[in-house]
Design a binder for this molecule. Structure first.
Ligand SMILES: [Zn+2]
Length: 124
């Protein structure tokens, strides 16, 4: 690597530890587009059906128990309810850590580019 090339903002040890360095492999996608896909993949993982289990929630339209496959929480995607957030201290700590990591990445991504700044100086 030539000395002029600095690592991309999202290619940091922190992002690598979090497995975020795959942004580069999402051919041509913007960060926002890739992020949407990843959110959906995570959501799909949360809703993965548990084999042989049905939701069983009362369905008002039919009056019968819901027959949709149940996710890990025992209910289907329609009857799972909202997230209640992290319950354990460990989970809450993870949330704070993720927030801090996200803020750090955001800050690093919004750092003005030295090369662009020097180019602007040449123009004036
Ligand atoms: Zn259901």
């Amino acid at each position: 690597m030539s000395p002029k090339l600095r690592p991309l903002p999202y290619d940091t040890p922190e992002s690598r530890a979090l497995g975020i360095n795959f942004w580069m492999t999402w051919g041509g996608m913007t960060r926002q587009q890739a992020s949407k896909h990843i959110t959906r993949l995570r959501h799909a993982a949360l809703l993965r059906p548990m084999p042989g289990e049905v939701c069983g929630a009362h369905a008002r339209t039919t009056g019968k128990p819901c027959q949709a496959p149940a996710g890990p929480n025992g209910r289907c995607k329609l009857h799972g309810g909202k997230s209640t957030g992290p319950r354990t201290l460990e989970g809450k700590a993870r949330t704070v850590e993720a927030l801090q990591t996200g803020l750090r990445l955001w800050r690093d991504n919004h750092r003005p580019d030295e090369q662009i700044e020097s180019a602007v100086e040449v123009l004036y």
